[in-house]
Design a protein around this ligand. Sequence first.
Ligand SMILES: C[S@@+](CC[C@H](N)C(=O)[O-])C[C@H]1O[C@@H](n2cnc3c(N)ncnc32)[C@H](O)[C@@H]1O
Length: 340
Amino acid sequence: MASLELAQDKHTGQQQQQQQQQQREVPPHRSHDPQYNQKRSDPFQFGSRYLGEDDDVFEFNAWDHVETDDAYKEYAEQQYAMQRQAPVSEFDKKRFNSDPAKWWNLFYKNNAANFFKDRKWLQQEFPILDKVTQEDAGPVTVLEIGAGAGNTAFPVLAKNKNPQLKLHACDFSKKAVEVMRSHESYDPKVMQADVWDVAGDELPPGLGEGSVDVAVMVFIFSALSPLQWQKAVENVYRVLKPGGEVCFRDYGRGDLAQVRFKKGRYLEENFYIRGDGTRVYFFEKDELADIWTGKHGSADGAQAARFEIEELGVDRRLLVNRAKKLKMYRCWLQGRFRKK
Ligand SMILES: C[S@@+](CC[C@H](N)C(=O)[O-])C[C@H]1O[C@@H](n2cnc3c(N)ncnc32)[C@H](O)[C@@H]1O
C-alpha cells in the first residue's frame, strides 16, 4: 500500500515537474497561466513584454517598447495642431505660472484618498535605492525632490535596514509636506520632509553643498517650466556629492496624456496646464540629455552644471483596452545621471 502511494506520489511529482518545465519554456510575460503570468505588481519589469509580428495585439493589456503605428502618429499630430491653435489665454498663463505651488497645494488638498502608489518597480529600476538600504551600506543621504506624498521615500523607508540612512524628501507644496509628515511610517530619526523649491535660490533645509549621495526625481521635472530647468539642474548639482547619482523618471513626448489634451490647455510646445491647474511638460530624449549635460546652455552664459548620462532610455508601453479594442501609447523617459 505504502509503495503504491509512493509510486502515485512519484507519478504526480513527475507530472508536476513536466508542467513546470513546460511553463518555464514559456517566458513569464507571455504565459497564459494566471498563476504564472507576470502581473504589473510582481514587480512588473519594464521592457519584458514584446509585441511580435504574429501576436494579437489585443491578447494582453500591455506591451513594451512598441513604436506608435502610423494611424496613431497621424492622430497625435492632428491633436498637437488642434492644441496649438487653442492655447491658454495670456491671462490664465499668468494665473498658472505665477504661483504653481498654489495649484499643487490644491491638488494635495483635493486628492487625499489617491496619493499613495505602491511603486514596487523603484528598486528594480534604480538598484542604487536597494543598495543604500542594505544593513552595511554605511552613511548615505538620499534626497527625493518633488516628493509629493512620498511615493518613493516611503517604499525606500519600508525596505530600509541601514541604520545610517538619512532620507530627505522635499516638495515646494506645503500641503504635500504635511501629507508626508502625517504618514504613519514617517520617522523623523530617518526621514526629514521639508518645503523646498528645486528652482529657488536656497538648498534644502539641513543639506549643504555636496552632501547628498542620491537624488530621486520622479515626475517632478515635468512640473517645471522650461525657464526653470537650468536652475533646478544647478541646485541638484550643488547639493550632490561629486560622483552622486540622480535617479530620473518622467513623461516622454507622445504619451497619451499629452495627445489627449483638449483645447485651452497648451502653454507652449510640449507644455500644458492640466484641468486642476498643475503644469506638465513632455520631454524628448535628446532634449533631456542636453539639459543634464549642460549643452542646453545658460541664458546668461554662465558655466552650466554638468552631469554624465549613465543611462537614458525611452520606456514605451502600448496599453490595450481589450473590451473597446482601443490602443493607447504611454511614453516615459528614465535615466541615471552622475555628477562629474
Ligand atoms: C507629478 S507630482 C510627482 C510627485 C512624486 N514625485 C510622485 O512621483 O508621486 C509633481 C510634484 O512636484 C512638485 N513640484 C513641482 N514644482 C516643484 C518645484 N519647483 N520644487 C519642488 N517641488 C516641485 C509638486 O508639488 C508635486 O508634488
